[in-house]
Unconditional design. Structure first.
Length: 300
């Protein structure tokens, strides 16, 4: 037991924590519980970005911070990655672990730190012992995906998002998978053809699956069965196309002004397609909506 008179020391963990998945949750919960048991403060050190991320991010920074706060952590510090990316492992340790007055450090077994991720667990053990910091290394959390046991990781979640395996994504995250954004004005074509949409532009560098999906949208805490198209609207936009998320609420007219919308994809219906005419596009969307109605009727 740490001396309870020492008020300024922390129990901490460090990581990028994209997705804050079930493995991250185990780690962060342990930090919170250990801090409480030892009458210390809990601290999470995370980063605004990282050197390389394959296939973009699961959550934007503000979304990640919101989830981290839900774990009863006393303090969350966001480190500017670009300003410290050339720190050696020793420099990083002294700057952000020693100076932060961390007395207990808890990390995962794949933890790396310092320039080019040269610092590994072996290096961290040596430095922690030298500076009298108690280090705990937590083993990976495993999940069974397609009858194969795999360690839970952010990269595994990204892989399943791209494959549109949303059931697996939610199991790995330990929560529902929602995409959302501020509502943006469209061309009004959906309303003209009798299939109005609420459009949002996803945040920069976020991983968004492409195609047409059935799912559940949420507006002001109210949920609706919906169909969404995530893509570049090739039938309508001939050039200078921007990625857009278009959500159609099934059998419900939203009369109030909507500022923010979320969408939980449940199943991919088809790939986005360029149609020969707007009328052919409309006919296909009607088929998509009817398919979704049948799905929700039998599913729920």
């Amino acid at each position: 037991m740490i001396d309870k008179k020492i008020k300024s020391l922390y129990v901490a963990t460090i990581g990028f924590f994209d997705g804050v998945h079930v493995g991250h949750q185990k780690l962060i919960s342990l930090v919170s519980k250990t801090a409480e048991l030892n009458n210390l403060k809990s601290l999470v050190l995370t980063f605004d970005t990282v050197a390389k991320i394959k296939n973009n991010l699961i959550y934007p920074l503000e979304g990640k911070i919101k989830i981290l706060r839900s774990f009863n952590i006393d303090e969350i510090r966001v480190l500017n990655f670009n300003s410290i990316r050339n720190f050696t492992p020793e420099e990083f340790f002294k700057k952000f672990i020693l100076k932060s007055k961390i007395s207990i450090l808890i990390v995962g077994e794949d933890f790396r730190f310092g320039k080019d991720a040269l610092g590994n667990i072996k290096k961290l053990k040596v430095l922690s012992k030298t500076y009298n910091i108690c280090l705990f290394v937590i083993s990976d959390v495993f999940a069974e995906i397609n009858n194969i046991r795999k360690p839970v990781s952010s990269s595994l979640i990204r892989e399943n998002i791209l494959k549109c395996n949303f059931k697996e994504v939610e199991a790995l995250l330990g929560r529902e998978f929602w995409l959302g954004g501020i509502v943006v004005a469209g061309k009004g074509l959906g309303k003209k053809i009798g299939i109005p949409t609420i459009n949002f532009a996803p945040g920069k560098d976020l991983l968004i699956p492409h195609g047409v999906f059935l799912g559940i949208s949420e507006i002001d805490n109210e949920k609706f069965y919906s169909v969404a198209n995530f893509g570049f609207t090739p039938t309508v936009e001939k050039e200078n196309r921007n990625f857009i998320c278009e959500v159609h609420i099934i059998d419900k007219v939203i009369n109030k002004k909507v500022n923010y919308i979320k969408f939980r994809p449940i199943k991919k219906i088809r790939n986005e397609k360029k149609f020969s005419s707007v009328d052919n596009m409309r006919k296909q969307i009607i088929k998509d909506i009817e398919y979704s109605r049948r799905f929700f009727h039998h599913k729920f």
